[in-house]
Design a protein around this ligand. Sequence first.
Ligand SMILES: [Ca+2]
Length: 365
Amino acid sequence: MRRVAFALPLLVLISACSSKPAPVLQPAQKPKQPTLITPSAHPAFGSVQPITPLRGDFAGNVSAQRFIDRMVSQHDFNRQHLQDLLAQTRELDWVIRLMDRQAPTYTKPSGPNGAWLRYRKKFITPGNVRNGVLFWDQYEVDLQRAFQTYGVPPEIIVGIIGVETRWGRVMGKTRIIDALATLSFSYPRRAEFFSGELEQFLLQARKEGNDPLALRGSYAGAMGYGQFMPSSFTQYAVDFDGDGQRDLWNPRDAIGSVANYFKQHGWITGDTVAVRATGQARSLEDGFKTQYPISVLNAAGLRPQGSLGNHQSASLLRLDMGNTYQYWYGLPNFYVITRYNHSTHYAMAVWELGRAVQSQRHSSR
Ligand SMILES: [Ca+2]
C-alpha cells in the first residue's frame, strides 16, 4: 500500500514551522549556504540541482521531483524555494481514502430507491432556506449588480453558494497545498488533473502575493464561498468589490466570480432551467448529457407541464422519488449548472434551493 513517512524529528520540526502563516521565504527556511540559484533574472540557472534534496513527506517521490522540474523550467520557480515549500507540505492519507470512496464504482439500481430525496434533504431544509434569505438580503446590491453585469440571476448564485458552502459556513479547513500535493504525487488515478491544479495554485499564490501554506479549503483543493478550484480561479474569478484583489473568501468577489463562471459557460439570460414532465419514460437513457428531440420525448410518453419556449430538444432528467421516477425536460441552462459540478442531483439541488430562498424572501415581505 502506501508509504509511511519516516524521519519523525525532522517532520515535527517542519510542521512546527508551518503552523503559523508566514511567507514562504522566511529566513529560517533558507539554506545555510548561499544559494546558487538565481530566480527570475537568470532562468537558465533554474535547472541547477538544489543544495539539499527534497525533504518531508514527499522525499524521494518521483512525481514530486518531476513537478518541481516542470515548475522550474516552465514557470521559472526557484528550485530551492519550491523544495522548501514542498518539504513543509503534508501527505494526507485520509484525503486519498475519501477520494477513493468517490471513485466511479456506481452501478445503476434496478428500481427507484429514493436517491434524489436523500440528496435533496441535505440541502433544502428550513434552516438552510432561512440562511439563504439572510445572505440574499445582506448582498442584494451585489447580487443585482452581478445580474446586470453577467445576466445570471440571484437565485442561481445564491443556490450555488448555498450548496457549496452554506453561504460561507463550511469552506473547508484543509491546507490547499497539502490536498493538491497529496492528490498530485500520491494518487496516480487523478495525478494529471491535480498536478495541473497545484501548478495553477502556486502560480496564483505568487501572483496574488499569498502564502501558499496559509490557504485552506476542501480536501480536493476547492476554495472560498464558491469552492473554486485553482484553474477556475485563474479563468473565472473576478475582483467584484473593486479592491484590486480577486479574493474567493470575500463574498462579493465570490458572487461576481460565480456569475462570471456561469456567463462564460453559456448561461442564457431569461431562459428557464428545466420543465417538469408528466408520464414515465423508462425505456430511454437519462442524464444531463442526453439530448433528445422534444418529439421523441413526447412519443415516449412524456408531456411538459410548462412551456419549453423555442427549444426543439432537451435532455431527459430522471429523479428517483422512492416509489417512482419524476422526469424533467432539461434545457441548456440546466446543463450550464452541471458545468460547476457534473451531476444531475447537484444541479437540481442548486436550482431548487435558490428558488426556495427566493420564494421565502417574497413571502416574508
Ligand atoms: Ca476583491
